[in-house]
Design a protein around this ligand. Structure first.
Ligand SMILES: Cc1ncc(COP(=O)(O)O)c(C=O)c1O
Length: 366
């Protein structure tokens, strides 16, 4: 079977083997330090008794589940610790399809490319519904697209790639619509700690058996390699998520969960505020330089991606490869995020060289 494979690794590989210095703005790998407590916990873990190196509980170390439940204001029974937010999304999506409640997934366009890939993997059919011009939820379009075939609506806020922070009332309305059509809404909140607008509200505030919230620590603790995420699910879906997680993984990695738990215990708001501030400064520097270059661009309300559009230079894979070779800047082609931003290129601001990258782009498009 031919799966729709996300192209991130292809572009990263191309940039890494280029014959010149390239500023990598492809991946979503934070370049800043994790909390010190995380490093301390890893060192401590190495000295533990061998018993600590064996299978942890399948749905996560109990103390980590409790810490997540505590922070998110839910019961620990609703928390399943997963191998990254990516797995949490997969489990929740699989649950949506296994209920004999339709075969269609509504995905908001532009779309994080792993969603269509997963829908396909799960045997579902994707239906792309454009977001509003500013990246916000277009309720009328979603209402029109929903039918009794709809099993799932995927929502991601703060959004990758648009940087939109969705209006909480609009998300609540999507959940109400889903209830009417017996669909599940999966709200991916992996960027919840990067709200620059002050308007982000978790979908956990929406009380419904039809909404599952996913999240993780890859971005907020700057540890994409640790693979710790979670799903927060209403009780009626919890067994399904747990069973699939156990059958696929047995359990998640204990050292990572141990370190994340210790980091959460010790990490104050200042850590997250400092990451947000660092990103805010980069966003300003990058967009100022794009402005000076006369490019069109988005200013993210959340997350750390900027979309930019240059005259007569659509966001194709070929153009992105040209930018790597000729400007020394690597981004992601807009065409890999569905159809709505094919003219655009996405830049991840997880590099201290963001301003330099924008200056290179400005010089290239002069
Ligand atoms: C919207 C979205 N969801 C999920 C993920 C994957 O997160 P994790 O590393 O926790 O699996 C990413 C990573 O870039 C993302 O952008």
């Amino acid at each position: 079977m031919d799966y729709e494979e996300p192209q991130f690794f292809r572009v990263m590989q191309y940039a890494a083997t280029a014959d010149r210095d390239v500023i990598d703005m492809v991946s979503g790998n934070p370049d800043w330090e994790p909390p010190e407590a995380l490093r301390d916990a890893l060192r401590e873990y190495a000295g533990l008794d061998p018993a600590a190196f064996q299978y942890p509980a399948s749905d996560g170390l109990p103390e980590l589940r409790e810490a997540i439940a505590d922070r998110r204001g839910v019961d620990p029974d609703q928390v399943v610790v997963t191998v990254g937010t990516g797995e949490a999304n997969y489990l929740a999506m699989a649950r949506a399809f296994e209920r004999d409640a339709g075969d269609e997934a509504i995905l908001l366009d532009p779309v994080y490319p792993y969603y269509p890939g997963k829908v396909e993997l799960l045997g579902g059919t994707q239906r792309l519904v454009p977001t509003a011009r500013d990246g916000g939820i277009d309720l009328a379009a979603i209402r029109e697209a929903m039918s009794d075939r709809t099993a799932l609506v995927m929502v991601n806020t703060p959004n990758n790639p648009t940087g939109a922070v969705y209006d909480p009332d609009a998300v609540a309305e999507v959940v109400r619509l889903a209830e009417r059509h017996d669909a599940l809404v999966v709200v991916d909140e992996v960027y919840d700690r990067f709200d620059h607008s002050g308007r982000f509200e978790s979908a956990l505030a929406i009380d419904s058996p039809n909404r599952i919230v996913t999240g993780g620590f890859s971005k907020s603790l700057a540890i994409t390699g640790f693979r710790v995420g979670y799903a927060i699910t209403p009780p009626e879906h919890a067994d399904s998520l747990r069973a699939r997680h156990m059958l696929v993984n047995v359990t998640g990695p204990a050292p990572s969960q141990y370190a994340v738990h210790h980091a959460l215990q010790a990490t104050e708001h200042e850590y997250f505020a400092a990451s947000r501030e660092l990103l805010s400064d980069r966003i300003d520097a990058f967009t100022d330089a794009l402005e000076a270059a006369g490019a069109e661009y988005t200013t993210p309300d959340g997350g750390f991606y900027v979309l930019a559009r240059f005259d007569d230079f659509p966001g194709t894979m070929a153009n992105v490869e040209r930018l790597i070779d000729e400007a020394g800047v690597a981004g992601m082609p807009g065409e890999t995020f569905g159809t709505a931003r094919e003219e655009w290129i996405r830049f991840a601001l997880v590099t201290p060289r963001a301003r330099e990258a924008a200056e290179r782009l400005a010089a290239y498009f002069e």
